[in-house]
Ligand binder design. Structure first.
Ligand SMILES: C/C(=C\COP(=O)(O)OP(=O)(O)O)CCC[C@H](C)CCC[C@H](C)CCCC(C)C
Ligand SMILES: O=C(O)C1=CC(=O)c2ccccc2C1=O
Length: 301
């Protein structure tokens, strides 16, 4: 088996660089927006759903590849063996590959806009891509000011879910807006958790992530409050009748939420031990999003 200078098998480094579980952030908002549309209209265009899903995956691939490119320019990824730029030693290849994914992703959304003779979805997705660029690309690099979580919330929550819902219905809805708040929170939690183990590297590169600003102890406490608020919102939206009763299924994702809060609470200041918390947050995002969408689909039957 091929190994690198740190004696990690190269296959593991490549998997860590490609981050397959992270593509949950592309799938879930399209699934939830489409599920709300199905529940409200009893109709579903599979063609639009599959095209939107493929485009979202390609766009998230672009944001990840370009993140490695832009981070290689600021030096923040110097110690990150699983950066695609460090692994290949070819920044321009990763940049061009990322741009190809972006172009293909936008092409899929263009096809939806052309098919429906309506540019609304295209406009929303282009706005997402621009905001995603401002997170990491020059001259903005807003992630370095600690603004990543807000951008993430807006893009993967209200914007992505409104676009997925609109692509099916050509209208807007309160339920889809409420669902987007839940998905926006759970997606931002992933980014928030990804900063706990990177405080030293972030400080050295001048990146003032929320965890650099707050410290790991307050960050861990805030994480528990945000998780609590997320489940409280789900319960309130169900009680108020904005969500159908079946969405109570989302409570089945409480175990990963509890695991995440306990794990970060215990190890917030131990980078080696807390480094996997991002993937517990992905598990929470995946299951809560899956059950939330399922709740809407079941209510349509
Ligand atoms: C690449 C992202 C985070 C990595 O951040 P960081 O540099 O701290 O981590 P590493 O240590 O791994 O280098 C994700 C950033 C997401 C961004 C804030 C918002 C992106 C918006 C998307 C373009 C929206 C896609 C919408 C689609 C689902 C229709
Ligand atoms: O590599 C990462 O840490 C992340 C990649 C990514 O695409 C994403 C998307 C939405 C929220 C968080 C994250 C990451 O943390």
């Amino acid at each position: 088996m091929t190994t690198n200078s740190l004696s990690y098998p190269n296959s593991k480094l490549w998997l860590a660089a490609i981050k397959p579980p992270m593509y949950s952030v592309a799938i879930i908002p399209i699934w939830v927006g489409t599920a709300v549309a199905l529940a409200e209209t009893q109709t579903l265009s599979w063609e639009i759903f599959i095209t939107f899903l493929s485009s979202a995956i390609l766009i998230v691939a672009w944001i990840n590849l370009s993140n490695d490119v832009f981070d290689s320019e600021t030096g923040i990824d110097q110690n990150k063996a699983h950066s695609l730029v460090n692994l290949t030693g070819n920044k321009s290849l990763i940049f061009r590959l990322g741009n190809l994914f972006l172009a293909l992703g936008i092409l899929g959304i263009l096809a939806i806009a052309w098919l429906q003779q309506d540019p609304t979805v295209l406009g929303i997705v282009l706005l997402c891509c621009f905001l995603g660029y401002t997170y990491q690309g020059p001259p903005f690099r807003l992630g370095y000011q600690g603004l990543g979580e807000i951008i993430c919330f807006i893009c993967f929550g209200p914007l992505a879910i409104a676009a997925a819902y609109y692509s099916q219905t050509h209208s807007w809805s309160i339920a889809s807006l409420a669902a987007s708040l839940i998905i926006g929170i759970s997606t931002s939690l992933i980014l928030f958790c990804s900063h706990f183990h990177q405080v030293q590297d972030d400080l050295a590169a001048g990146k003032r992530s929320p965890i650099v600003r707050l410290g790991t102890a307050i960050g861990a406490e805030l994480l528990s409050w945000i998780c609590g608020a997320m489940f409280a919102l789900i319960a309130l939206f169900s009680i108020w009748g904005i969500f159908p009763a079946w969405t109570i299924l989302t409570l089945l994702s409480l175990p990963p939420a509890l695991q995440l809060c306990r794990h970060v609470g215990q190890y917030h200041n131990q980078p080696d031990r807390v480094s996997n918390c991002k993937f517990i947050a992905v598990t929470l995002h995946f299951w809560s999003g899956l059950f939330l969408g399922l709740g809407f689909v079941l209510s349509a039957l």
